[in-house]
Design a protein around this ligand. Structure first.
Ligand code: PLP
Length: 393
């Protein structure tokens, strides 16, 4: 028996452990300090009533012989695939029921989708990056190359024709930078991918936070996308499903890169996946009803108000930042040339506020810090008042 040695290529995921360690050491030394965590990447508001009602109803159905459900469809129940297709229709995009694959969340599918691709492919990710794209490919033994996301390109790298990539990960709106590609920018990536026969894996986990009309909610709004884009979506941040687990992946029938990827993915799913539970799919379906949409938008508006509070305070301090407008993340430049960890320590020790050091997301994250809008209004206001008191010039 031989272990998969590719695991030795993966760096220890030390970022959040180090944040937790420094925070608890400080708390131990300063038991009276009221620490506010502004680095959290999880939602804090509960599931909306429409989702809860639908799940309660589904639980009751499972206890009655006539409505009990055993194994479901590998792709997901038709009712949910149709609702998701309807959601795409609201952006003027036609997606067929058979192109929708319900998942237990985006993270699983971001890794699982790689079953479709040979290991002898070059993978391009942006730097800074959501680490899952890198680690899943390193585990499989693929070569990973980086496109620098920097202040100069507004953290939105565009394709470089001198670089050969086969699998391209784009995250828009982006974690950690909060930057989001416009239709025109996405078109450049789509043209690049089509010219090479490459595939784009578009992580749209934060799609629901988009406010800018130039930023598309789905890549399929852009011409040619169905020939090269697999879109991976999540209800985690959209509707508070981080603990409940549900997402969906779109594999268009037009995606024929040597083989019919829609068919291959169905084959893969029917071999390795037995679907998301009926109860969860009923809850997910409620998200796409008019009442569900109204309710989830209320929660998103709550987080967006936090972003506004964050941005207003950073403006008052003269701190440069990115994101916040189309995403729950604010990517700020550490003041006075400070390093990520140096500024992290300063905020922890002098404002008792915890952020996430940008360098944990890649080389180009050095000198940046990520704040999120997932806290309460009260904590966000309090944290920003403290930061203002510390930094206002
Ligand atoms: N993609 C990005 C960019 C994320 O930031 C996250 C979670 O933080 C995920 C995917 C994971 O989503 P899910 O909860 O659906 O697995």
């Amino acid at each position: 028996m031989k272990i998969n040695n590719n695991f030795s290529r993966i760096k220890e995921s030390y970022l959040f452990a180090e944040v937790a360690q420094r925070t608890s050491a400080f708390a131990k030394e300063h038991p009276d300090a009221k620490i506010i965590k502004m680095g959290i990447g999880d939602v804090t508001l509960p599931l909306c009533p429409a989702v809860i009602d639908a799940m309660h109803k589904a639980v009751s159905e499972m206890g009655v012989k006539e409505t009990f459900k055993g194994y479901g469809e590998y792709r997901g129940y038709d009712f949910l695939c149709d609702s998701i297709a309807g959601y795409y229709k609201s952006f003027g995009v036609d997606i067929e029921r058979e192109e929708v694959f319900v998942s237990e969340g985006a993270k699983s599918d971001l890794g699982n989708i790689l079953d479709l691709f040979d290991n002898d492919n070059t993978v391009l990710v942006t730097d800074p990056v959501y680490p899952v794209y890198v680690d899943t490919n390193l585990m499989a033994g693929r070569n990973v190359i980086y496109a620098a996301a920097t202040e100069e390109n507004d953290f939105l790298p565009l394709p470089d024709n001198s670089v050969d990539a086969d699998i391209i990960y784009l995250c828009s709106p982006n974690n950690p930078t909060g930057a989001a590609y416009t239709r025109d920018q996405l078109k450049l990536w789509i043209d690049y991918a089509r010219a090479r026969g490459a595939v784009i894996l578009l992580d749209a986990a934060y799609e629901a936070f988009i406010t800018d009309p130039a930023v598309p909610h789905t890549a399929y709004e852009v011409e040619g996308a169905k020939e090269c884009v697999i879109e991976i979506c999540s209800l985690s941040k959209t509707a508070g499903f981080t603990g409940t687990r549900c997402g969906y992946t779109i594999v268009p029938k037009q995606l024929k890169l040597g083989q019919d990827l829609n068919k291959l993915w169905l084959r893969r799913q029917s071999t390795k996946f037995n679907g998301v539970s009926y109860i969860i799919q009923c809850g997910a379906n409620a998200v796409f009803t008019p009442e569900g949409q109204r309710q989830i938008k209320e929660s998103i508006a709550y987080y967006q108000e936090n972003s506004r509070i964050l941005m207003e305070a950073l403006d008052a301090c003269g701190i440069k930042y990115f994101g916040g407008k189309n995403s729950p993340y604010i990517w700020l430049k550490c003041p006075d040339g400070m390093g990520s960890w140096e500024f992290f320590d300063m905020l922890l020790e002098r404002a008792n506020v915890v952020g996430t050091p940008g360098e944990g997301f890649g080389e180009n994250g050095k000198g940046y810090l990520r704040l999120t809008s997932f806290s309460t209004h009260e904590s966000t206001r309090e944290a920003m008042e403290r930061i203002k008191a510390l930094l206002k010039k």
